[in-house]
Design a protein around this ligand. Structure first.
Ligand SMILES: CC(C)(COP(=O)(O)OP(=O)(O)OC[C@H]1O[C@@H](n2cnc3c(N)ncnc32)[C@H](O)[C@@H]1OP(=O)(O)O)[C@@H](O)C(=O)NCCC(=O)NCCS
Length: 174
């Protein structure tokens, strides 16, 4: 059976390994304790965009016009932010979002964990939350574009590069 037929046929399977927790109904906020630190996951797309810009600056990403970032978030299918929570203090430490056709496909974008919090399993938690929320919305084909240095981070989460030789292709204005 071809890759696409298998994916969209009646016996369609997800391209990713299921996260540890099974898909559940949408919960706007979820708190977990990781190594003694309270971490909050939020699905609220109304973020302080300057705080998000600071997070992206911290990992060296090129700045993008705030009005375009606002538009991108408004039109995203899923926005997941990750916060360090200490009492009433909250700090944005991670972010990911997904676009979708709302039926079959979703593509994950802008996965980031603040360098102060990397290497503690939080990137994995963030991605598991994204996958869990997409599966809860019955999305079976989850894709992303991995920078060269993070391919094995995604492979550990069950993502496969070029399944059955299928290649991602890009068009850029010349
Ligand atoms: C990639 C990123 C999200 C990973 O977040 P993190 O919190 O450090 O990752 P975790 O601690 O959850 O790591 C989970 C697993 O992936 C591995 N891993 C983490 N970063 C990795 C990398 N760059 N390459 C390969 N494996 C990696 C870890 O060793 C760990 O393995 P284990 O489960 O066997 O112990 C984070 O490093 C980041 O924000 N980088 C800058 C932005 C970026 O490159 N985003 C991706 C754009 S495509």
């Amino acid at each position: 059976m071809s890759f696409w037929k298998g994916l969209f046929g009646s016996a369609g399977a997800a391209t990713t390994k299921e996260p540890a927790q099974t898909a559940r109904a949408d919960r706007r906020q979820e708190t977990v304790v990781v190594r003694g630190e309270t971490i909050l996951f939020s699905l609220d797309p109304n973020l302080d965009l300057y705080e998000l810009e600071e997070l992206c600056d911290a990992v060296g990403w090129s700045r993008r016009p705030i009005h375009k970032v606002r538009k991108a978030l408004q039109h995203s299918f899923l926005v997941v932010s990750m916060w360090q929570q200490r009492g009433s203090y909250r700090r944005l430490i991670g972010f990911a979002r997904a676009t979708s056709d709302h039926a079959f496909n979703a593509t994950i974008w802008d996965v980031v964990v603040h360098p102060d919090f990397q290497g503690r399993g939080l990137g994995k938690r963030l991605m598991e939350k994204v996958i869990q929320e997409l599966r809860a919305r019955d999305i079976s084909n989850i894709t992303l574009f991995a920078d060269q240095g993070v391919v094995s981070f995604y492979e550990r989460l069950g993502f496969t590069a070029d399944p059955e030789g299928i290649k991602g292709m890009f068009w850029y204005p010349r």
